[in-house]
Structures are given as structure tokens and as C-alpha cells.
Design a protein around this ligand. Structure first.
Ligand SMILES: C[S@@+](CC[C@H](N)C(=O)[O-])C[C@H]1O[C@@H](n2cnc3c(N)ncnc32)[C@H](O)[C@@H]1O
Length: 247
């Protein structure tokens, strides 16, 4: 029997190969990841992550699971807003977690954080364990995103909140074409110049175009069991926040 395939950027690859390739991409860019984020987005990713926190409104004492949490951007923001609480950062790529741990130590926040290597599709946690589940710019890299959403539902406590931040589709054709021109021409070149890695950033822009649009993804959030599911576009749909509740 032939193995099912999935997309890795614009290539089709056997499903079993995708996670290894994704790990290769983020292992290669880990030490330059934070610098590149600022350069590629002109710092706008910070505004989007702050908008995520505004909608999430973290509360003192909450337990966060930040999946595909990488170098910890979301967890750090969450803990600062909550005042006190606990965050578990889970990621497929160990070198991203290593960078995150260094940042936590520098910010004297290490006591409020755990760093766990793992896959969003098979979380190593009990049912009903967390108050909040976040995944920021991570789910488009997951081989079967619906399975990640199902896992999010499983590990959240009743009353728990899901929030997903991801690149999305711009509803205006002209704007989308202008954005494609920038992302396909400039971002891989920046990747080469700053991180010495054009291919990883070529994958990044291709993976954005393969990700489902806002409404399709909303349907997937509902399929996982989340209620009161909604989305908000950021920067006209370049990125989008999806929210849902386990009730
Ligand atoms: C673009 S980074 C996002 C990091 C961070 N959340 C942020 O917003 O800056 C994507 C991260 O997703 C992780 N990742 C990709 N597939 C994953 C999976 N199946 N399970 C867990 N993490 C995954 C990668 O290792 C990488 O660290």
C-alpha cells in the first residue's frame, strides 16, 4: 500500500516524513529565529502576539500549554499579563526550546516555565490538565492539524480556552498579490542574508499559502468540539486569531 502524502510547502511528501523535515527547518533557524521574526515582519509579529494576549486576557494562577511554543514568545507574554501562573512550552524541535530556556533564564522567569519536547498530535499530558492552550505560527507545520486541535480539546479543562495565531488568507485579491510578491521574493533572500538559510524561509512562505482560509479553519476548530468559536483578522487577514472554548 502506498503511504499517504501531505504537503511540505509546495512539495508533496509521505506523511511520515513531514515532522522530520519540519524539525530540520526549525533546528536550522533556531539561533536566528527571533532576529528573523523581527526582520521579516518589521516587528509586526509582536503586535499580533500582543493582540492575542488582549483577546485571551490571561488571569492570575492559570496554567498555559503553549504548543509549538518555540523560543517562548507567547508564554513570556502570558506570564507577564497573568501576574503569576505557569506555562508549559511544548515543541517538536529541541534547539528552539534551548533558545527559549536561555531567554527564560535571562528574564529570571525560569521557575514559572517547563520545556517539553513533543508533537502537537500526541500530547504527553493527561485529559483536562490546562486552563489555556495556545499555538502561535505552529499549526500550519503540523502534519494533521485536525489531530492537533482534537488533542487541544482533550488536554484542556472544561471551561478551558483555545487560541490559535496563524498566517491566513487576505480576502482582497490585489492585496494578496502584493503580499505574495513580497513574501516569495524578499523573505527567502532575507533568510539567506540573515540566517544563511534560503530553503527554510522558502518553506515558510510556501506553507503559509497551503494553510486553510479563516472559515475552513473555523470549521476545524468546531469539529474538534470547541464552542463559541470565532476568529479575528489581523492586518487585513495576513494573520488571524481563532478562539474556542471547551464547555
Ligand atoms: C514559526 S515557529 C513558532 C514559534 C512560536 N510559537 C512563535 O510564535 O514565535 C513554529 C514552531 O512549531 C514547531 N512545530 C512544528 N510542528 C510541530 C509539531 N507537530 N508539534 C510541536 N511543535 C511543532 C516548530 O518546531 C517551531 O518551533
Amino acid at each position: 500500500m502506498t503511504e499517504k502524502t501531505t504537503h511540505f510547502g509546495f512539495q508533496d511528501v509521505p506523511e511520515g516524513e513531514k515532522a522530520g523535515r519540519v524539525r530540520g527547518v526549525f533546528g536550522s533557524v533556531a539561533s536566528k529565529y527571533d532576529v528573523m521574526n523581527d526582520a521579516m515582519s518589521f516587528g509586526i509579529h509582536r503586535v499580533w502576539k500582543d493582540a492575542m494576549m488582549d483577546w485571551l486576557a490571561p488571569r492570575p494562577g492559570q496554567r498555559l500549554l503553549d504548543v509549538a511554543g518555540g523560543t517562548g514568545d507567547i508564554s513570556f507574554r502570558f506570564l507577564k499579563r497573568a501576574g503569576h501562573g505557569h506555562a508549559t512550552v511544548l515543541d517538536l524541535t529541541e534547539p528552539m526550546l534551548v533558545e527559549g530556556r536561555k531567554r527564560a533564564e535571562a528574564a529570571a522567569m525560569a521557575d514559572s516555565l517547563d520545556w517539553v519536547a513533543g508533537d502537537a498530535m500526541a500530547l504527553p499530558f493527561e485529559n483536562n490538565s490546562f486552563d489555556v492552550y495556545t499555538i502561535s505560527f505552529g499549526i500550519r507545520n503540523v502534519t494533521r492539524p485536525q489531530e492537533a486541535l482534537n488533542e487541544a480539546f482533550r488536554v484542556l479543562k472544561p471551561g478551558g480556552r483555545l487560541m490559535v495565531l496563524e498566517f491566513s488568507q487576505i480576502p482582497n485579491d490585489l492585496m494578496q498579490r502584493a503580499y505574495d510578491l513580497y513574501s516569495f521574493n524578499i523573505i527567502p533572500r532575507m533568510g539567506q542574508a540573515i540566517a544563511g538559510d534560503r530553503d527554510s524561509y522558502q518553506y515558510l512562505v510556501e506553507s503559509i499559502r497551503k494553510f486553510p482560509d479563516q472559515e475552513t479553519f473555523l470549521g476545524m476548530v468546531r469539529t474538534a468540539g470547541f464552542e463559541n468559536a470565532k476568529y479575528r483578522n489581523l492586518s487585513m487577514g495576513i494573520a488571524c486569531l481563532h478562539s474556542g472554548w471547551k464547555i
